[in-house]
Unconditional design. Structure first.
Length: 371
């Protein structure tokens, strides 16, 4: 799990924002944010909340039992189950307990995140309210050492999945069989059930992407895109590799692979702190326009962490600037009937002071069986 010492440091970063916005306290109800700030990983069927006062005091509300290992000065349990049955009004219960514990008249201006618990706070709180979401998303961009350790374990789960894929993908295997065996490989690598139990986007063969389809069998000549995103103790990985089902990629498929991998080289050359993500996207898009006559047909990449998509966005719809310490993906692709599916290669990069570290160096880039 997350290290409470780092969680306390993250709370201090958030606390610096409160006086700037004239806030007396902030309520955090999103399970992702609560985990990030306290190390308490909320059960998917339960609720939790963190109350952080401007003077630094913290109060955590957890289901049924107090999580004494969490980074909080006080941990207060609420009843989430009655005789083993989950309550449907957990959000209201947490909100009512939290508001009852506010010192009389001490909190006149309260900030909150976007969450089910916070919505109940907003309905009941009589003072001034403000949103804190923008600050939380920006704080989460730079990953501390405890976060990076969990992400590296999630990446190891992905690597185990690709290794298994290379062993089993052949003409005649079903997409559901591939999905099932890769799930097993990830769980065995993790040594525990994945949390959240999410494996990524794409497990379909012969098409640009999509979930595994019942009854669909991989065929010789097709390309098999795997876009994998297992999470370990709340933190995600995200990567993609492409397999030639019969280990015999055509010249056209191999040429497309060359263009896609060159796009990654451009990203690695350009990415460093202070560089605008739009500029990276534009460089890749310009290269593809000149090399194949058409540019990018989806985003180039995105941040990863407690959620599969975070800041920064390698996407012309946003104008983010890279920051040292954050982690993002780059996932150029090329698709079409002539390729019998398509090729997408996705790496995860950590931004350093002078450039990026590829966190997926141990997973080969090439088409299986390439020239």
């Amino acid at each position: 799990m997350l290290d409470p010492t780092y969680c306390r440091q993250r709370q201090k970063r958030l606390l610096k924002i409160l006086p700037e916005r004239r806030l007396d306290a902030v309520v955090i109800g999103s399970a992702h944010h609560v985990y990030y700030l306290t190390g308490h990983l909320t059960h998917p069927l339960q609720q939790s909340a963190l109350l952080l006062f401007a003077d630094g005091r913290s109060r955590l509300y957890t289901a049924n039992e107090p999580n004494t290992a969490a980074a909080a000065d006080e941990v207060i349990p609420y009843i989430a189950n009655r005789t083993s049955t989950l309550r449907q009004d957990q959000e209201q219960a947490v909100a009512e307990d939290l508001l009852r514990g506010l010192p009389a008249g001490a909190v006149k201006r309260l900030a909150f995140d976007s969450s089910a618990v916070s919505s109940q706070i907003a309905l009941r709180f009589a003072g001034a309210l403000a949103s804190i979401d923008d600050a939380l998303w920006q704080l989460r961009r730079v990953k501390d050492a405890d976060e990076l350790a969990l992400m590296r374990k999630a990446i190891a789960c992905s690597q185990a999945m690709y290794e298994r894929a290379g062993q089993i993908i052949d003409p005649g295997i079903s997409e559901l069989e591939v999905y099932g065996q890769l799930h097993t490989a990830a769980v065995l690598e993790a040594g525990e059930p994945l949390r959240p139990a999410y494996l990524g986007n794409d497990y379909a063969c012969g098409v640009p992407g999509g979930p595994a389809r019942g009854g669909r069998i991989a065929q010789a000549g097709e390309l098999y895109i795997l876009d994998l995103g297992p999470a370990y103790r709340g933190y995600f990985s995200d990567s993609a590799r492409t397999f030639a089902v019969d280990r015999k990629p055509t010249d056209e498929q191999y040429a497309a692979w060359g263009r896609v991998t060159h796009c990654l080289s451009l990203v690695e050359q350009m990415a460093k702190p202070g560089v605008r993500c739009r500029e990276i996207f534009a460089a890749v898009n310009d290269y593809l326009l000149s090399a194949r006559g058409s540019g990018m047909n989806h985003h180039l990449g995105h941040g990863v962490g407690l959620q599969p998509h975070e800041y920064p966005h390698l996407n012309p719809e946003w104008d983010d600037t890279l920051m040292e310490g954050e982690i993002f993906t780059a996932e150029p692709g090329e698709y079409g009937e002539a390729l019998r599916g398509g090729i997408r290669i996705e790496n995860m990069y950590r931004v350093g002071a002078a450039g990026v570290e590829n966190l997926f160096l141990d997973v080969q880039l090439g088409l299986t069986g390439a020239h």
